[in-house]
Structures are given as C-alpha cells and as structure tokens.
Design a protein around this ligand. Structure first.
Ligand code: HEC
Length: 108
C-alpha cells in the first residue's frame, strides 16, 4: 500500500504537467485569434483572403503597413514566395480583391 502511493502521485504530476501544456497551447491559439480580429473590416472578402492566403509563413500582415501604391508590388513578391515555398499562387480574381482590400485600408 505505502509503496503504491508515491507511484500514483507521480502519475498525477505527469497528468498535471500535460494539462498545463495543453492549456498553454490553448493560450497561444487564443492569441492568434485576437491578432486576426484586429484586421480592419474583418468580415469582408478581402480580409478573408488575407487570413487564408497570407498567414502560412508569417502573422496576418496589416493593410496599414504600406501606402496604397506599394501593395500590388508587395503581393507580387509574396506570390513569388508562395511559388518558391511550394504553395499555390493566389488566383487572379482573389488577388484583385485582396489588393483592393489592402489599398482601401492602407497607410494614408
Ligand atoms: C510562402 C510564404 C509567404 C506567404 C504565403 C506570404 N508571405 Fe509575406 N513574407 C514572406 C517572407 C519570406 C517575407 C520576408 C521577406 C520579404 O519581405 O520578401 C515576407 C514579408 C512580408 C511583409 C513585410 C515586408 C514588407 O514588404 O512590408 C509583408 C507586409 C507581407 N509579407 C505581406 C504578405 C501578404 C499581403 C501576403 C498574402 C498575399 C503574404 N505576405 C503571404 C513570405 C510569405
């Protein structure tokens, strides 16, 4: 009996460590969601394309990062990165919607 107790305690400690690890994982996930929510006009088609096609390699880029005139060039460069890294190129129609979205909310 006495010998078994420490064993069970040990198991509990492992379980607690695992739980803490899982909770920490949840925390990180929540942070990511919060970062995404800070995009302007979040429900628009452009924002949704940004969330799905511009976050594979880095966090969601903010439209305010560039003035309107620079966004087409930045997106072209990112399309090249997509090709280089083996992601599919964003279709022309989506790219146009995305660039319009970035320009509408760009740095003034
Ligand atoms: C395949 C990976 C990949 C994807 C997908 C990707 N990027 Fe990038 N992005 C990079 C890399 C690598 C850098 C750093 C080198 C550079 O700036 O070219 C970067 C840097 C940036 C920067 C900071 C540099 C700057 O010029 O301001 C912005 C803004 C950006 N990306 C926007 C976007 C947008 C918008 C999309 C979606 C169209 C996108 N990224 C999708 C790889 C990617």
């Amino acid at each position: 009996m006495r010998e078994k107790k420490p064993g069970r305690m040990g198991m509990k400690r492992v379980e607690l460590a695992l739980l803490a690890f899982l909770l920490a994982g949840c925390g990180a996930e929540t942070k990511k969601e919060v970062a995404v929510v800070t995009l302007p006009d979040q429900d628009s088609a452009g924002a949704q394309i940004l969330i799905s096609d511009c976050t594979e390699c880095h966090g969601a880029p903010q439209p305010s990062a560039h003035p309107a005139g620079e966004w087409a060039g930045v997106v072209r460069r990112m399309q090249n990165w997509r090709t280089t890294k083996g992601f599919g190129v964003i279709p022309e129609k989506d790219e146009a919607v995305l660039i319009r979205y970035l320009q509408e909310h760009s740095r003034q």
